[in-house]
Design a protein. Structure first.
Length: 336
């Protein structure tokens, strides 16, 4: 779970609960009970985690109160967790301790004990398809929050390039999401069309896998230490293919995109990238706009100064071919 402040919606968990619940009402036109049940289906894993469970109830109670749909059991759960100081442990090691979060909980307690607004009703919206993202479109995305220690890695106010390379079904719903690739280059200013069209083939892509886990899994499979859910071909030494693309939520309503952070550049063919599906059936890396800045910052920092092989046919190798040879030799693999 990512956190970037002590506000109620300054973490991934509460943002997910709020957004999915509102989407159930606004886009899918569910009634309150169905939306309530849907949030358990979509976010039920949060209830299995002691750090995230209180955040689930806080977000749901606050969201329901704002639209006049606060359910008694949700209010009861939220107040119960406020009494316990739910989530305080997440901020105890911060500079200000947990004082900021405690103030947030007190504000929520006061709100939940006051009369909620009139119930908000949702009607079907007749909006033509306005998704601005077309195949091969390249947008500059401005990083608007810091990621990690400033002295080690700073991206604030700088730009990266996102490109739509296809569409896919969401891992979490029946919605269609877009598939994107992100270029591993940070710009101080929005690049020009001329710069991108001339230099796009010289950039590389950001992988969306953990490089250290990639090597570890490769070594384990060489030694026959197989994970039970991993598809392994005993004839060869195999490993997890590195993820070179990710899915990103897309909307029919243009206003729901972070327009102030996105600038359309051009639409051209980017680097070939066909490695969309993994042999082991592992889910896609899935992004949401509200926390994309922190997620992409993490992957950029992970792969900084780490090389991988670009095969030229739209596939990528990591560990690199040279690393694979060395690891195979060390482990005595017979099937080089």
């Amino acid at each position: 779970m990512g956190t970037w402040g002590t506000g109620l919606y300054s973490n991934d968990t509460t943002c997910d609960v709020r957004d999915i619940y509102i989407d159930s009402l606004e886009e899918k036109l569910m009634n309150n009970q169905d939306a309530y049940e849907n949030i358990f289906r979509r976010c039920g894993d949060y209830l299995k985690n002691l750090d995230e469970e209180p955040l689930f109830w806080f977000a749901l109670a606050d969201t329901q109160w704002k639209i006049g749909r606060l359910m008694p059991e949700v209010k009861e759960k939220a107040l119960e967790w406020i009494e316990k100081g739910g989530g305080v442990a997440l901020w105890e090691e911060s500079k200000s301790g947990s004082s900021g979060w405690r103030k947030t909980l007190e504000k929520l307690r006061t709100k939940l004990k006051t009369e909620q607004p009139k119930e908000k009703h949702y009607k079907k919206k007749y909006i033509s398809y306005q998704n601005p993202w077309k195949l091969n479109d390249i947008y500059a995305y401005m990083i608007h929050k810091e990621y990690g220690p400033k002295e080690k890695y700073t991206m604030y106010g700088k730009y990266i390039l996102l490109q739509k390379i296809g569409e896919a079904k969401s891992c979490y719903s029946t919605d269609t999401v877009m598939r994107i690739q992100v270029y591993d280059k940070i710009f101080d200013n929005i690049p020009s069309v001329k710069e991108i069209t001339e230099m796009i083939r010289d950039y590389r892509l950001v992988p969306f896998s953990d490089p250290y886990n990639q090597v570890s899994r490769f070594e384990k499979n060489l030694k026959g230490e197989l994970d039970p859910d991993y598809l392994f071909d005993e004839r060869i030494c195999t490993y997890d293919p590195v993820k070179m693309s990710a899915t990103m939520e897309q909307y029919n309503n243009y206003s729901r995109y972070p327009k102030d952070k996105l600038t359309f550049i051009c639409s051209i063919d980017g680097l070939p990238n066909i490695q969309h599906e993994r042999a082991d059936g592992d889910a896609d890396r899935a992004f949401m706009w509200h926390d994309f800045h922190s997620q992409i910052g993490w992957f950029l920092s992970l792969w900084k100064d780490i090389e991988y092989d670009i095969m030229g046919d739209g596939t990528f190798e990591y560990p690199t071919l040279e690393q694979q040879k060395r690891i195979k030799a060390l482990d005595g693999c017979r099937n080089e």
